[in-house]
Write a protein that binds this ligand. Structure first.
Ligand code: SF4
Ligand code: SF4
Length: 213
């Protein structure tokens, strides 16, 4: 025998739920009334979205560019300067003699979450340093720009303070920064190798210059 329950109102949106059950068969049927046609239509939401778009268009179109309060700019003709602490394209820092500061300790490829740093170490007896990177490559297309490699480096050998971002490339391989390219962007660092003195991290230090004393 079928039992009919009184129609009930749902908490959300006032949907009317009708429930019936048949004790003999154990089958329970739930019927939900659809919302009115005008509520189910996308038209109001579409018109609302168009209104927001038109409002922003009119605001930007009629505002004076001299006021400096434009929300959009004509990129790439116009560019917004990156903030001081922006993480940009990597670079490898140099020692006093111009050699690469990296001692191939492998801290940065170990910490890199994107596994985009490739280092092949080689031995050297230069200035008491045991190792240097014979190969040092960063795949900028895989990099997630987290900055962990910079934080992990114990001797200020790698930075992301170039102020430029990775350029667009056509071929996959062009997204890889080789040791030569990374060193071309690098500057001399006076940070004490392997320890204290990473001056550029101190508040107020010159972002590009190592001679902030
Ligand atoms: S910024 Fe992050 S993802 Fe990019 S190379 Fe450094 S550690 Fe890897
Ligand atoms: S953490 Fe610094 S020194 Fe170590 S491998 Fe990376 S760049 Fe070289």
């Amino acid at each position: 025998m079928a039992t009919h329950h009184a129609p009930a109102k749902n908490d959300d949106g006032g949907l009317e739920v009708l429930s019936t059950s048949d004790k003999n068969s154990g089958v329970r049927t739930v019927r939900i009334h659809r919302p009115p046609r005008e509520d189910a239509s996308f038209l109001p939401a579409t018109l609302k979205g168009l209104g927001i778009t038109l409002r922003h268009f009119a605001k930007n179109f009629f505002r004076s560019r001299d006021k400096g309060d434009i929300e959009t700019i004509a990129y790439p003709e116009e560019k917004v300067p990156y903030p001081e602490r922006n993480r940009g394209l990597h670079r490898l820092m140099k020692r006093e003699d111009g050699a690469v500061r990296c001692v191939a300790c492998m801290c940065c490829p170990t910490v890199c979450p994107a596994h985009c740093i490739t280092i092949i170490p080689a031995e050297t007896d230069d200035n008491g340093i045991e190792k240097f990177p014979a190969v040092f490559e960063i795949d900028e297309l895989r990099c997630v720009v987290c900055g962990l490699c910079v934080e992990a480096c114990p001797c200020d050998a790698i930075r992301m303070d170039t102020g430029i971002h990775a350029p667009p490339v056509e071929a996959r391989g062009d997204g890889i920064m080789t040791k030569t390219k990374l060193l071309d962007l690098g500057i001399r660092s006076t940070a004490t190798q392997g320890g204290e003195g990473a001056n550029w991290r101190r508040p107020g230090a010159d972002r590009h210059g190592q001679d902030d004393e």
